[in-house]
Ligand binder design. Structure first.
Ligand SMILES: [Zn+2]
Length: 405
C-alpha cells in the first residue's frame, strides 16, 4: 500500500519519496512508497503535477488507485533514468489542488446544510471541470430551500470554523453519529470534522478553516431518478463562473443595446416580433403566388383547350414553386405546369389540374432518369431534384416534348 501523505495534510504540495515500481505497458506510470498526489476516488478528481529525480522531470497527467491500495501516477512520457529505488521529489499542481479543496469542503458544508435545515441526505457527489453537483434524496426541492441551504452554507464559511482530520475506529465512529458512514469494513476511519456543524467519513482533501472555501454559489437544480441534483461552485471557481456569466450576459445585452437586466424582456419582445413577421411573410407568399398564378394564366394561350405553363425561376425555393403550382391548378381546370427552380437546389415540379389526362409521376421519373436526377409523385403532382442547374433547360424541353407527343 502507498502511504498517503494528504491524509494528514492537504496543504502539502512538495514531498520526497522512493520509486517502488515503474509500470510499462500502454500507459507509463510510477508507483512510490509514499505520495501527496490524490487519486480519483469518492467523487473527487485526481491531482496533477511533476515527479522528478536529479536527472529528469516527469509530468503526472492522471492519478488512480488500485484495489490493493497502491497509488498509480500516470506519466506524460516514459522515464529514462528513474527506476525502482530512485529517490524522487513530487510537486503537486497547487492551483488545481486548492480548487479541489474548495469544491470538496464546500460540498461537505452544503450537504450538512441540507441535512440540518430540511433533513435531505446527500446520496452522491460529482466533481466536474465546470461545476460540482450533489444528489439529494428528496421527492421535492423548492427555490426557498435552495436559497436557505446556500445562505446557511455561506454563514458557516463566514464563521471560519475549524476543519479537523480525525482517525477513529469503526465502533468509535458509530457512536459519534456521522452524517455518512462508509460501507467498507475498514478498521480505521478518517473523519472530516467541521467544528460543531458536520462530521463525515471521507478520504479527500479539504481546507483547514471553512473561510478558505471563500464562498459557495448554487446553480441549476434538476429532478433526477433518485431525487434532486443541485449544481454548485465554490471559491475561485464561483468567481470565475460569475465572471463568465456576466460576460455572456453583457454580450447578449450589447446585441439589444440594453442593460443586462433587460435581456429577458428584450428577447421575449424579439421572439414575439419574429412570430408576427413569420405569419405576415406566409400570408404575403400566399398572396404573391396567387397574383402571379393569375398573371401567368392570363398570358398563357389555350392550345387544344389546355394551358401549358413552362417556367424556370432563379433564387426561389422548392416550397414557393410548389405553392405557385398549387395556385395555378386551382385557379383553372385545364392547366398543366412544368416549373423549375435553379437555386439554391436545382429542382422541378410537374403538376396538372384535377381531371387532366397525363401522369405527372411517370413523366417526372422518365425525365429525371435521362438527366441523373431523383424524384417522383402522384398522377397530378410530382417533384424532383437535378444534379446541376445546367440540366434544367434540357429536362424541361424533354418533358414538353413528351406532353406534346
Ligand atoms: Zn470530503
Amino acid at each position: 500500500m502507498t502511504q498517503r501523505l494528504y491524509y494528514h495534510d492537504s496543504f502539502l504540495y512538495n514531498f520526497e519519496a522512493e520509486v517502488r515500481e515503474v509500470a510499462d505497458g500502454p500507459r507509463r506510470a510510477l508507483i512510490l512508497d509514499r505520495t501527496a498526489f490524490y487519486p480519483t476516488s469518492g467523487g473527487q478528481v485526481f491531482d496533477t503535477g511533476v515527479i522528478s529525480s536529479e536527472k529528469e522531470e516527469l509530468r503526472v497527467t492522471e492519478v488512480a488507485e488500485t484495489e490493493d491500495g497502491r497509488v498509480i501516477h500516470y506519466l506524460e512520457a516514459a522515464p529514462k533514468e528513474i527506476k525502482p529505488g530512485t529517490k524522487v521529489r513530487g510537486q503537486i499542481n497547487a492551483t488545481r489542488r486548492r480548487d479541489h479543496m474548495q469544491q470538496h469542503t464546500g460540498q461537505h458544508v452544503l450537504s450538512a446544510a441540507f441535512i440540518r435545515l430540511y433533513n435531505m441526505p446527500t446520496v452522491s457527489f460529482h466533481m466536474g471541470d465546470d461545476y460540482c453537483s450533489i444528489d439529494l434524496d428528496t421527492p421535492t426541492l423548492t427555490k426557498e430551500q435552495v436559497e436557505g441551504a446556500e445562505r446557511l452554507a455561506n454563514e458557516i464559511i463566514l464563521e471560519n470554523r475549524h476543519v479537523a482530520i480525525r482517525f477513529v475506529t469503526r465502533e468509535e465512529a458509530e457512536a459519534l453519529g456521522l452524517r455518512k458512514l462508509p460501507p467498507a469494513e475498514l478498521d480505521q476511519l478518517r473523519l472530516i470534522d467541521i467544528h460543531e456543524f458536520d462530521l463525515c467519513a471521507c478520504g479527500g482533501t479539504h481546507v483547514n478553516q471553512t473561510g478558505q472555501i471563500g464562498c459557495i454559489l448554487l446553480r441549476k437544480t434538476e429532478r433526477v431518478r433518485q431525487g434532486w441534483r443541485v449544481e454548485f461552485v465554490a471559491g475561485q471557481h464561483a468567481v470565475a463562473t460569475a465572471h463568465r456569466d456576466f460576460t455572456t450576459l453583457t454580450e447578449a445585452a450589447g446585441l439589444f443595446s440594453a442593460h443586462i437586466y433587460d435581456v429577458p424582456p428584450q428577447v421575449r419582445k424579439s421572439l414575439d416580433e419574429i412570430r408576427t413577421l413569420r405569419k405576415q411573410g406566409e400570408q404575403f407568399k400566399e398572396e404573391l403566388a396567387e397574383a402571379q398564378a393569375e398573371a401567368i394564366l392570363a398570358e398563357t394561350p389555350e392550345v387544344n383547350a389546355r394551358k401549358l405553363v413552362v417556367r424556370v425561376f432563379a433564387d426561389r425555393d422548392m416550397n414557393s414553386v410548389k405553392l405557385l403550382a398549387q395556385k395555378l391548378t386551382r385557379l383553372a381546370p385545364n392547366v398543366v405546369a412544368l416549373l423549375a427552380a435553379s437555386s439554391p437546389q436545382p429542382s422541378v415540379v410537374f403538376v396538372q389540374s384535377a381531371g387532366q389526362p397525363f401522369d405527372m409521376g411517370a413523366l417526372m421519373k422518365e425525365t429525371l432518369s435521362k438527366f441523373g436526377g431523383r424524384g417522383g409523385g402522384s398522377k397530378d403532382m410530382a417533384q424532383g431534384g437535378l444534379p446541376n442547374p445546367e440540366a434544367i433547360a434540357s429536362a424541361m424541353a424533354s418533358a414538353c416534348e413528351r406532353l406534346k407527343a
